[in-house]
Design a protein around this ligand. Structure first.
Ligand SMILES: N[C@@H](CCC[C@H](N)C(=O)O)C(=O)O
Length: 297
């Protein structure tokens, strides 16, 4: 018997997500179903999917349940699983606020990258769909040793390997257009540097503490924003600029323009990184479980 499955659509700086609230983890979402839901022509459309599950009801999150009631079961648009999504966790928090599971202020969210601390700023009062920025404690960046290089067509650039829970290669370029159309993933070298694939950021300077980026995301293609990517870019820029907070003892703040908006990233002397930006719910509806069954078949 077919049933109706609730969904919402939301975005953070135009990194957009299908949101599937499923507190008891009752909706089966194999990779093909996620890819079908994220399909922009035959599905609902999104760079990724946020499966909203109570931590206690998900085998990957049970041990975080005492600290964080809700688990962000994040999937890329192609159905693959990723460790973390920085824009996703803000949109996830916005959904919890709208659904009455959270209020303005502090909140803990379980992710595959561990428990993230979120702060929902006081907004103008639009029912919790878009008001006020959301700040996420993104944890510390890891900077694996070793040179990496990324390439598009005939061009290649040295890149910084930055891990924000998920893998990134950050390349400073002369012109964002040099990254081309990004319809296919940029190449990277050495071949073994990213055994699980990589998100690639192309960065230009806009001014002191101010950069702009484009990104090709593992599992999603070029997107209009990537939160973990913006953090990786801010860390790479701070190291390049001699502004490593662990060395200077002062926080480093970068404004990161993405095609879909602006994120503000601060790295503290203890290495903890905070990201602030908008999160918006734009629609909600239902789809028929029979459609999803057809996709799985
Ligand atoms: N857009 C996200 C990152 C999503 C995961 C990424 N595609 C990966 O596979 O690592 C963000 O905002 O961080």
């Amino acid at each position: 018997m077919s049933t109706r499955i609730a969904f919402l659509k939301g975005h953070g700086t135009e990194n957009d997500f299908v949101i599937v609230p499923d507190p008891e983890n009752a909706v089966d979402l194999p990779p093909a179903a996620v890819a079908a839901l994220c399909d922009r022509r035959a599905g609902l459309g999104g760079d990724g999917l946020l499966h909203v599950v109570r931590s206690a009801a998900h085998p990957e999150a049970r041990d975080m349940a005492a600290e964080a009631e809700w688990f962000m079961d994040y999937r890329n648009g192609d159905g693959s699983v990723a460790e973390m999504c920085g824009n996703g966790v803000r949109v996830f928090a916005r959904y919890l606020q709208r659904a009455g599971h959270a209020t303005e202020g502090d909140l803990a969210v379980a992710t595959r990258g561990g428990v993230k601390r979120v702060h929902i700023a006081k907004g103008a009062g639009d029912g919790g769909s878009a008001a006020g920025d959301i700040t996420v404690g993104m944890g510390r960046a890891l900077l694996p040793e070793g040179d990496v290089e990324v390439g598009v067509g005939e061009r290649s650039w040295p890149a910084r390997n930055v891990n924000m829970g998920n893998p990134h290669a950050v390349a400073f370029v002369a012109d964002l257009d040099h990254a081309g159309d990004l319809y296919t993933p940029p190449s990277h070298a050495p071949a073994g540097a990213y055994p699980d694939g990589v998100n690639v950021e192309f960065v230009v300077d806009r001014g002191p503490g101010h950069v702009a980026m484009r990104v090709h995301e593992r599992g999603s293609g070029e997107t209009r924003s990537c939160g973990t990517g913006a953090c990786a870019v801010a860390v790479a820029a701070a190291r390049r600029d001699g502004a490593d907070p662990a060395v200077t003892g002062a926080p480093a703040t970068y404004t990161v323009d993405v095609p879909g908006g602006t994120l503000v990233i601060t790295e503290r002397p203890d290495g903890e990184i905070e990201m602030t930006g908008p999160a918006v719910i734009v629609a909600e509806g239902e789809f028929d479980s029979a459609w999803l069954e057809g996709v799985r078949a």
